[in-house]
Structure formats: C-alpha cells, structure tokens
Design a protein. Sequence first.
Length: 410
Amino acid sequence: MATLVAFLSTTQVFAQQSNEASDIAVVHKIADFILSENKLGFVDEQGNYYASYKDIPKDKEVSFASKYGEWHYTNGVINLAMMHLAEHTGDKKYYNYAKNHIAHGFDNYEFFQNRFKNDRPHHRYPLGQLWTMLELDDFGAISASMLELMKEDDNPRYKQYIENGTERITYGQDRLFDKTLVRTFPQEMTLWADDLYMSVPFLSRLAVYTGENKYFDDAINQVLNFDKYLWNEHNGLYFHCYYSDTEENGVAHWGRSNGWLVLSQIHLLERLPDGYPGKEKVKKNLEKQLIGLSRYQDQDGLWRQLLDKNDSYQETSASAMFVQGFAKAITEGWIDKRFASVALRGWEGLRKIMITEDGQVKDICVGTGISDDLIFYYNRAARPNEKHGVGSVIDAGIEVIKLKAYLAKP
C-alpha cells in the first residue's frame, strides 16, 4: 500500500508540474520550428535557390535547400511524427508537411536519376535513395510514412514505390538462414539494431494496407530474432550489432539503437489484431526491454549516449524514444502503470534540459554506424535539431499528454 501511495503521489506531482496545455505548446513549438526551417528545393554552391528541377541549369551541381527536404529514413520519422501531431490536434499544416515532402521527392527524382553518373555513393546524390533501395534505411521508414499518406491519397506513383519496396524487402534484402534482415557492410551479413525500425514499421503497415498477414508474420519474426541476437541478459540492454561471421556482438549498448527497437515494437503492437499469434510474445519482449531501460534512467530523467556508461553524455533522441515507449505501453495496457513515473520524469527532463523556449532541441547524436571502438560512441557529436531526434521528441510529447489523460481517469 505504501508503494502505491508513493507512486500516485509522484504521478500527481508530475501532472501538476506540467499540464496538458503547456505540454502541447512545447510540442507545437518544436514542430513549428521545423516548419520554419523547412524549404523544399535545391541550392547550388553559390547559394542560388531552385524550387524545382526545371529551374536547375544544365550540369549544375545542387544539394537540398534544407535537410528536412532530403530523402532519408530520418525524414520518414519526422513525417510520421508530423502526421501524428496533425491527428492529435486536427491541424492540417503538420499533415501537409509530410504530404508536400513526399510529393516533392516524386516530382523531382527522375531528373536526378537520369543525371546520375555513379561517381559517388547513391546516398550522397540528391534523391539517390529514392530510386535505388540498396539498403533498408533507403526506403523502410519513408515507406511507412507514405502508407499513412495513402490512407487519403492512393497515388499510383506511391503505390508503385510501395510495390517496389515490398519486392525488395521480401526477396532482395540480405537475410540470415532464419530470415533475419542483415546488411552487407561493413562486414557481410551484419545485424544492426537500427534495422528493426527500418523494416517493422513498414511491414506492419504493409500488412494492414494489403490485408496479407505474411507481413505481420515477418515483422514478428524480426522482433523475436533481433532479440535473440542482440539481447544482453546480464544487464537488460541490447547490443548495437551482431556479426554473423564471428557470432559475436559489438561493444556498445548504444542509446538510440535501443530506442529504434522500442519504437519498432510499439508500431507493430498497435497494428496487430488482438489474439494474433505472436502478439503476446512481442508484448512480453517490449515489457522486458522497458523494465531493463528503467534501471538506467539518470537523476534528470534522461538516458545516456551509452546506456551503461554514466560518463557518456545525456542524449536526447534515445531519451525521447524511451519516454514515448513507456507512455504508449502504459496507455495501451502493455505494461503496468507503475512505470508511469519513468515516462513523466523523462519528459520533464527533456523539457527542462533539452528543449529551448523557441522549440529547438539540443544534444541529439548525429548519424552513427557500428564500431568495435567504444570511444567512437563516446565521441559522436551531439547537435541541435538533428533529424535523428526531433520527430521522436514530438511523438514523446504527444504520448505523455495521452498518458496524463489516462492517469487522470477515475
């Protein structure tokens, strides 16, 4: 009884510190800052702006006018967050952000495809990831956001893209003998924790879109197999990678990679029908991970770049992903509500330390590959408004608002 009273007292304190009105104002500020920075189009080395490929002089080298206009998995994450916010608030400008981003890519990519000379990696060429689909992060998260848009606009161009992605992930992507998705670099058949997010949110939506349960089955298989290869039972965390050639894990319990695993499972669970074979296993797996993560939350409510290393920096994207995961899992009934204080304390930490008054978000780790050098992870730069984290902060805020409403019910 004393424990329950303490839990309720803590929850009430957090609810008083940050009410729903101020929480949604913070989320709006973050999203509106992204809108203010977003500029679809291209610029040349002299800074000249071109709204469309039609305006680009012959053989003129250009890049994206804004990082928010790129075609990258992080743009898919932001698109989903913006649509999530539009659904929660009814404000269509956030939905239109995602809608316009996708449309701009399809309106312009053929020009760049025709000019591409294979003189650089595809991901370093404007919209190169749109037509190539060489790796899961070229198309998985973007495709998930497109399937959300296609609920209102079943555009034939988008439909063909989804069909191409389906073909690629089903038959073209490298897999281990047990069908686990892997990469071909930096070593052959290497498993990255990140790739659960590059596949499962897409596969789960694909199952809904097509009505074919085989995509649910593939998604469930991925969750359980990633757990098999990456889970460290000694500390309750996931490793960043697994090398199939040596049957060994990498060195790091990297924060954001653990976050991708959390998000993948909540995307899947909210779409799996009740009673679907394997759903309970995924639910138990998520519960296991969240309980493990609760042990590594620091005194400010945040988590570290390296989850088990207190001398590594507080990192925003992972913290936001975990807050989102705890909050969503509680309101959906996937874990017990006694963990609500973890989510609430985490959100307060993000608001107090990582989110500025004008909606900018601090200390988001830049894009990070795998490494067997732990110092590599320690030294990865943390920058403001990085695409790898802003979408997850928006999602975390929305889920905390829902959590507070859930806890306030008699």
